[in-house]
Ligand binder design. Structure first.
Ligand SMILES: Nc1ncnc2c1ncn2[C@@H]1O[C@H](COP(=O)(O)OP(=O)(O)OP(=O)(O)O)[C@@H](O)[C@H]1O
Length: 303
């Protein structure tokens, strides 16, 4: 098994610190790299791929430095965020070109296997420009996998995919991870990460904000206080009823309606309809008022 090891890695561009003293180790299985836009995910993946040198610290792939070390490409595949496919090529030609670039002894066989793996065999003779976003992405994954790398890095692989394509890509990553490969994919969507990987690395403003089992991180996120703005047919009555609800930490009632601070998102949103029903009133509006991803991440840093 090849590991990816970062020790006190920082990277800056001029005076912008994109990655700030990150230490992490990735082993076999699927890991999600979660963070808001601009957090430094791409910078991190590019350093792992040997495209960028760390400004400070050490980054090893299978025990060897990634930077200025073409040898790592025997073990590593990268699916970058930006599209870099020639639309005039067919999927077969594109993946075969990748096999030849890797100087594989049997490029046709390798290309066939990789295309099969992403389930693109039926469409392999079509030009890439005729493909949907999901099919393109799968073709790019096939090209990155053609040399059967032990490490696969993917930058926002689910971007722009419809739910069916997403599911397919998730299955593919699962399959890669359970076959013992080290798979790291970046995303800014928590649900996406939690569906695919058991392990999560959360990165916020260049720093590692949380790391480990996603359930632990999820718990941190769900147990943070949530603020809801509520309008109902009788806000006063609802406020009185909610005072006895365990998941409610605080209430404010004014002209604008009812503001509720809940300790547990799930418990509160399950309890509210039952309480409304019991009290014979209707909830007209329920707006979580601090649900931006940034606020979730900001909470994680201070948790
Ligand atoms: N070539 C560059 N020159 C200067 N600053 C850069 C460069 N590349 C990235 N940055 C800055 O470094 C920080 C991290 O960027 P990065 O692209 O790694 O984040 P990201 O998490 O991948 O974001 P996104 O999801 O938006 O792609 C940002 O503040 C960005 O503006």
């Amino acid at each position: 098994m090849k590991t990816v090891e970062l020790t006190n890695v920082s990277r800056w561009y001029g005076n912008v610190v994109a990655i700030n003293n990150v230490t992490m180790t990735l082993g076999s299985g699927v890991t999600g790299l979660l963070g808001p836009n601009g957090a430094g995910k791409t910078t991190l993946l590019h350093m792992m791929s040997g495209f960028l040198a760390p400004s400070q610290g050490e980054l090893l792939i299978g025990g060897e430095p990634a930077w200025r070390n073409p040898g790592i490409y025997r073990h590593l595949g990268l699916v970058s965020e930006r599209e870099a496919v020639h639309g005039f090529l067919t999927a077969w030609e594109f993946v075969l070109a990748s096999a030849k670039l890797h100087k594989l002894p049997q490029p046709e066989q390798a290309a066939r296997r990789a295309i099969e793996l992403v389930e693109m065999t039926d469409a392999q003779s079509r030009r890439i420009e005729t493909f949907s976003k999901g099919m393109r992405q799968r073709t790019r994954v096939a090209a990155a996998l053609v040399h059967d790398p032990e490490i696969l890095l993917l930058d926002e692989p689910f971007n722009g995919m419809d739910p069916r394509q997403r599911l397919h890509m998730m299955e593919l990553l699962h399959q890669m991870g359970s076959s013992g490969r080290t798979v790291l994919f970046s995303s800014h969507i928590l649900e996406e990460v939690e569906e695919v990987s058991g392990t999560v690395q959360v990165i916020v403003a260049g720093r590692l904000a949380a790391s480990g089992d996603y359930r632990t991180i999820r718990r941190l996120m769900t147990h943070r206080p949530h603020v809801f703005a509520i309008r109902s047919t009788d806000d006063r009555r609802l406020a009185v009823a909610l005072m006895h609800e365990e998941s409610v930490n605080g209430l404010d009632l004014d002209q604008g309606g009812l503001t509720v601070r809940a300790g547990d998102y799930g418990a509160f949103t399950r309890a509210l309809p039952k309480i409304a029903l019991r009290e014979g009133l209707r909830v007209r509006q329920l707006i979580p008022s601090d649900e931006s991803l940034e606020s979730v991440f900001a909470y994680l840093i201070t948790a």
